[in-house]
Design a protein around this ligand. Structure first.
Ligand SMILES: *Cc1c(COP(=O)(O)O)cnc(C)c1O
Length: 418
């Protein structure tokens, strides 16, 4: 059972001020979750979460997370500029990009960000771009092959294919990069890796940590460099489906601690800080897309047409992702109607749900589409001339604030040369 964080009564009041569709975020949920994450890693004095800005590039959200002690993980000029405008600069920024233009390395360096190199060739590229090698620098590792975790609580195996991914360096390249960076003056080194996305297993971070801790101990022995941080990156997932069980972040932190005690401490590396770059875990459950049923259609199937479309939430169309739907005011009604819930794009994959059992939907009903707080508004686009929606914040005192207005036709036409 998934319950919206905003009540039907509150929504009626909100839609009298802001027309549907819109994304709304839950400040209380965001803060509580950020605190639970911090507590789970409190055993590590240098621990830091760098929020993956790409998941929800919205200044009001970056500021809330910054107040909770998080930095920003950026990977583009716009993300760096947004972070800067939020007052989040220096080592509060992790710049984890790939195929990076020289100008973006220059901007990251000017802001004092920690730069994470995706490839061995970027050592020289970075030096040429910024005229030096930073004292503190990170390298992204790709172990290759196939990464698997045994059965999760859902009975699925976590499996990803690092060998097919464009990111990161090989084992040999990591050693060479560290040696070359050290020769050019780098003093503090970090290791980063991202092996699997949206994992629902308390074992993902601990398993990844074991791989990276082992690598760190070996690289220290081989190259003699001082490794000061290990960045476990993103990938901790959330239960999109009500039957799935969420991750236990305290158990995850404890699993990483055990690996740390077993591998890093005996290697004389008990000063290593743990960093994370979570996006989905930080925000996905704390966002809803609110939309209204405006059409019903009975042909070979039963369709409900809503006023949002894939331009507001691309994940179902792009990945076939499940997003739970609550029909406001019918939370306890029997789910005895089978619908495709569809948007208005001239694209047949514009479906928020296919063959979904829901209560009988009447025209004008409000629908809450759950778990849209990460990779939701962020992946918005303008196909068919659809405009990106507003973003609202449900604050801790239950008032609502507009944190991004909806696009207008003037915005849409602004770049046209008539
Ligand atoms: C996307 C991304 C993240 C965040 O991933 P989530 O699965 O949302 O936690 C972190 N780091 C990098 C480099 C990324 O590209």
């Amino acid at each position: 059972m998934k319950t919206p964080f905003v009540t039907g009564k509150e929504l009626e009041e909100i839609i009298s001020r802001y027309p549907t569709p819109f994304h709304i975020y839950d400040e209380k949920g965001i803060r509580e979750n950020a605190r639970a994450l911090k507590a789970a890693f409190a055993w590590n004095p240098g621990y830091r979460e760098y929020f993956a800005v790409k998941a929800t590039p919205t200044p009001a959200i970056l500021k809330i997370l910054h107040e909770e002690g998080c930095g920003c993980d950026c990977s583009s000029e716009a993300e760096l500029r947004m972070s800067e405008r939020c007052g989040i600069v220096g080592e509060d920024i992790m710049f984890s990009s790939n195929e990076t233009p020289a100008e973006e390395f220059q901007l990251a360096d000017r802001l004092g960000a920690i730069i994470n190199l995706d490839d061995l060739t970027h050592v020289d590229y970075l030096e040429k771009a910024i005229g030096k090698i930073p004292e503190k620098v990170c390298c992204r590792y790709n172990p290759g092959g196939v990464f698997t975790l045994g059965e999760t609580r859902e009975g699925f195996q976590v499996m990803d294919n690092p060998g097919d991914a464009k990111y990161g360096m090989t084992r040999a390249q990591m050693a060479e990069a560290f040696t070359r960076l050290a020769a050019k003056g780098a003093k503090e080194f970090g290791i980063h890796s991202f092996l699997a996305s949206n994992t629902l297993s308390n074992d993902y971070y601990p398993s990844l940590a074991r791989i990276l801790f082992q690598l760190a101990a070996e690289l220290k022995a081989e190259t003699g460099v001082h490794i000061t941080f290990i960045n476990l990156s993103g990938g901790v997932g959330i239960p999109y489906h009500p039957d799935q069980k969420g991750n236990d972040i305290a158990a995850i932190g404890e699993g990483v601690r055990r690996a740390y005690e077993e591998i890093l401490v005996p290697a004389g590396m008990g000063d290593v800080a743990i960093y994370t770059e979570l996006g989905r875990f930080m925000l996905a459950p704390y966002g809803h897309l609110i939309t209204r049923a405006i059409h019903e259609k009975h042909t070979y199937k039963e369709y409900i047409g809503v006023d949002a479309c894939a331009c507001n939430l691309m994940r179902p169309a792009m990945y076939g992702s499940y997003h739970h739907i609550t029909v406001v005011g019918k939370e306890n009604a029997p789910c005895d109607c089978k619908y495709d819930v569809v948007g208005s794009l001239c694209e047949n994959n514009d479906k928020f749900a296919i063959d979904r059992m829901l209560p009988k939907i009447d025209m004008g009903d409000l629908l809450v589409i759950h778990d849209t707080g990460a990779h939701g508004h962020a992946m918005g686009y303008n196909y068919n001339g659809k405009l990106r929606s507003a973003e609202l914040m449900l604050k801790e005192d239950r008032t609502v604030e507009l944190i991004r207005r909806a696009e207008t036709l003037e915005d849409y036409f602004a770049t046209v040369v008539w």
